[in-house]
Design a protein around this ligand. Structure first.
Ligand SMILES: [Fe+2]
Length: 232
């Protein structure tokens, strides 16, 4: 479903809670629109990078000449290595001169397709996240404040258990866990979102894995991150 208005807050929130993924397109993207939608969920996070839009540093520019460059980014959760929780992300398409996509997996579905014995085991396996080694020189806090979560992880807001791992940024697992096998388990549930003019995606960053292929073009997305509260 594509939501064509940003005024129906309940519809946007309900779609997010039900599916963990919202596709909005009102024909244009502005800093005010992405901030307004993000604030339907909670307070926006402030980015430390220098490639933000606007003085408040709440809208991050993601492009080949800014964050993440044009490289492929493997399956991950945004900022799962950061001491602050990051429940949700918004990505907005600004421009690209060829067609590109971002790919998502609903890990609630991936969890539901595991047998009970495997689920029980994964609730006892803990993975640690500390970003990538090349980041540690400039962000030693990532190593010092490494974050650990169980692979069978209960969502702090919805209470739903999900298959939580982030192959791009995992640094340690305390019990046997074949990451590649679980990537292969997830991939049949993956879907690609091809970016078009006006697209804004909001996704539950605890529930969804996402990745992108490398691109060889000029592409700009904007991103916000936020935490949210229960709406019940
Ligand atoms: Fe991401």
């Amino acid at each position: 479903m594509i939501i064509r208005s940003i005024d129906n807050v309940e519809k946007i929130r309900n779609e997010f809670i039900e599916h963990g993924f919202v596709h909005i397109n009102v024909g244009k993207v502005t800093v005010d629109i992405v901030k307004q939608i993000s604030k339907y969920f909670g307070e926006l996070k402030t980015f430390k990078q220098e490639t933000y839009m606007g003085e408040e540093k709440q809208v991050l520019k993601v492009s080949e000449d800014a964050v993440l460059s044009s490289n492929a980014v493997d399956w991950h959760r945004d900022m799962c290595y950061d001491p602050e929780e990051c429940h949700g992300s918004l990505l907005a398409f600004i421009e690209c001169d060829t067609e590109t996509y971002t790919e998502f997996v609903d890990c609630n579905i991936a969890w539901d397709h595991l047998d009970k014995e495997t689920q029980d085991y994964l609730k006892t396996v803990t993975s640690t996240y500390a970003g990538k080694p090349r980041w540690w020189d400039t962000r030693p806090d990532l190593l010092k404040d490494a974050i650990s979560r169980t692979i069978g992880y209960e969502h702090p807001i919805t209470g739903q258990t999900t298959l939580y791992f982030s192959p791009e940024t995992m640094v340690h697992i305390d019990k046997p866990f074949r990451t590649r096998d679980y990537v292969l388990h997830c991939e049949p549930f993956a879907f690609k979102h091809y970016w078009h003019h006006g697209d804004i995606l909001v996704y539950d960053n605890i529930r969804m894995l996402h990745r992108r292929p490398a691109f060889n073009c000029h592409r700009v997305l904007w991103r916000t991150n936020f935490n949210y509260e229960s709406y019940n």
